[in-house]
Design a protein around this ligand. Sequence first.
Ligand code: NAD
Ligand code: TYD
Length: 343
Amino acid sequence: MAERSLAGKTILVTGGAGFIGSNLIHFLLRTYPDCRIINLDKLTYAGNPDNLKDIEQDPRYQFVLGDIRDRDTVVRLFERADMVVHLAAETHVDRSIVDAGEFVLTDVYGSFILLEALRQARIEVFLHVSTDEVYGSRDEGCFSEGDPLNPSSPYAASKAGADRLGYSYVVTYGLPIIIIRPSNNYGPYQYPEKFIPLFATNALEDKTLPLYGRGTNVRDWLFVEDHCRAIDLILRRGVLGDVYNVGANAEAQNIEVAERIVDILGKPKELIVLVQDRLGHDRRYALDCTKLHDLGWRPEQPFAAGLEKTVAWYRDNREWWHKIKDQSEEFKRFHESYYKGRK
Ligand code: NAD
Ligand code: TYD
């Protein structure tokens, strides 16, 4: 198959003001000097214009404040795009445990609106970003793309609904969709309610690091830049209709990650406190990524060095996260109610 090209193309990114989206937009503008990016983002509590401040004036970049559930906006933007990378979602598992409503409405119904628009548009490739969490948990071995989906959290179940809805549009309408299932990302610009930025910023403030359960849950940590390289490659070489796992084969128990973070910052281990576990907490995620390796991708960032770089970024960009942790009512409201009494 001839490789698709991103040169000179217009790429519509949904959720581009979030963690992965803002890293991806920077990556694409750097890698393809003549590409154009349209970023459709609703700027929920997790969307942050500060992530993209440096490119606001770039003529190749356009920000559209809007909701992926707004059919007219989506149809209009699809008319101008050659490729779509769909990242917009509600993404925090703990929030989905408190209230799953927005997850169903955004992750499932929002994806449905985009898929419907795709039926009428001439898009070369629609890359749907799912998650490894759709497979559920397993104690040993790893998941391949053909394995059954057994999502355990409302977040993962919403993502699984969208993932399979995408698949149904491939089978039913023959649409040019590729689904990817990445593992846990880490890196700069991640909202500080997620594990690594929460722990790094709490440690920097000499606050406790609330480790769920016994801290023995395992995640496979993928550096966000490696993820961006995978997205780029899959846009060019991925087989339409296929699913690709994207993992780094960098498994670590949460307790190890927490200890590394305090070590990197020279803080005492006593900051790490075991707290009441997350409900339905998946023990371990692990992916077989042979399909993606065969396309020509390998993770480049070893976890130890990637974590050091990431922690250094939060150390050096206090203003970015102080604005969220100290000034965002939404952050404070959720954080205070969710962690209160988790002893
Ligand atoms: P994030 O929470 O940092 O950002 C989500 C973005 O989507 C925000 O900018 C938000 O404003 C926007 N958004 C939310 N609802 C919207 C709507 N209705 N219309 C338009 N925009 C909306 O998320 P992230 O960590 O960057 O994750 C991006 C995608 O990757 C998600 O689909 C997530 O499920 C998936 N994913 C993330 C990880 C990870 O470790 N972060 C791993 C696997 C998959
Ligand atoms: P998280 O960043 O929320 O990602 P996900 O749940 O999607 O994997 O959490 C990563 C791991 O860290 C997960 O096993 C839960 C754990 N965790 C804690 O122990 N304490 C915390 O305060 C948070 C937010 C997460």
